[in-house]
Design a protein around this ligand. Structure first.
Ligand code: FES
Length: 318
């Protein structure tokens, strides 16, 4: 994971749709920003206490600008509300270099991109990349209403041959239907989805029910409920030998903090991967939305901001 911090300035702010603001960021020193690939995101240092991850939404590659589309989320833990309140043209802030946990699969013969609400942002970078590469794809954009749909003018003009719009307040015939969209299921098709948690669960489960293997269904959650219920267990920090009990209602990171062991966290919801630790002994009870199914089965990593243990003890490489 890159720890590079980049000083940027808000070059433009456009309030595009209901509670969606689009920001273009450029380096304060005017130099080029690091290149990025479709699906990449950056950390945004909103305030000294708040760091949030947002997908980039402009055409991938090298350039002078990163573009973000940010929904003022009523469920916000403070990040998106602060951004909407603070960030305006000329605001200086810090970001990370781009990271990509949601890349396109180069082997796909056909791609189905599904964006729910503001989850459209990584799909836009993917659509630009696939169009530039001349690869077949469909872009599905699901929103409550047309007025809540950010980027819609750009999508209609850039991707008119690929785009299908689905609005909750219009007729059934235009609603998104995974059963029809994902057929026929064939070995060359890959599905990508981003959006609200319930929407993503529905799309992912539908794809799997229709026979898509898990490595053909790609997703990136941007928030999730954290469930800290379950029996207490012991965590041993192998590097110092210290141990602590993780009680019900407490996360591993919170328990470790009580004995002076600090783990870097960001989302604290199991979606960004910042807090992953190696497991040396014991069996994790994975509750994150970051690790792949294969990584979960290996049981040698754990997302410590949200996951728990199936065994009485976990020994972590921290
Ligand atoms: S801090 Fe984001 S996954 Fe744990």
């Amino acid at each position: 994971m890159s720890s590079e911090i980049i000083d940027v300035v808000v070059k433009t702010r456009e309030d595009q749709a209901t509670d969606v603001a689009v920001f273009e960021l450029g380096r304060v020193d005017g130099e080029s920003l690091p290149a990025f690939e479709a699906g990449a995101h950056i950390d945004v240092h909103v305030t000294p206490e708040i760091v949030r991850q947002y997908s980039l939404s402009n055409a991938p590659g090298a350039g002078n600008t990163y573009r973000l589309g940010i929904l003022k989320d009523p469920q916000s833990r403070g990040g998106s509300e602060a951004i909407h309140a603070i960030f305006k043209e000329g605001t200086e802030l810090q970001i990370s270099a781009p990271r990509n946990h949601f890349p396109l699969d180069d082997t796909a013969e056909r791609s189905i991109l599904v964006g729910g609400g503001i989850g459209i942002t990584p799909m836009i970078t993917m659509a630009y990349a696939l169009k530039a590469a001349g690869k077949p794809f469909e872009l599905h954009y699901c929103c409550r209403t047309r007025s809540s749909a950010g980027f819609i003018d750009e999508l209609c003009s850039e991707f008119s041959d690929y785009l299908q719009l689905h609005f909750d307040d219009l007729g059934d015939e235009q609603r998104f239907n995974p059963e029809t969209t994902f057929q026929p299921c064939d070995a060359g098709t890959h599905i990508y989805v981003c959006g609200p948690t319930g929407f993503m669960d529905w799309v992912i489960n539908s794809a799997k029910e229709q026979g898509y293997p898990s490595d053909h269904v790609h997703f990136e959650y941007f928030n999730a409920e954290v469930d800290t219920s379950g029996a207490a267990f012991e965590v041993v920090a192998a590097q110092s030998g210290q141990s602590v009990m993780v009680e019900e209602g407490q996360s591993i990171t919170e328990a470790l903090a009580t004995i002076g062991i600090k783990v870097d966290v960001s989302c604290e919801q199991g979606v960004c991967g910042t807090c992953i630790c190696d497991v040396l002994e014991g069996t994790p009870d994975h509750k994150d939305h970051f690790l792949t199914e294969e990584e979960r089965e290996d049981n040698d990593q754990i997302v410590v901001c949200c996951s728990r243990a199936k065994s009485d003890k976990l020994v972590l490489d921290i």
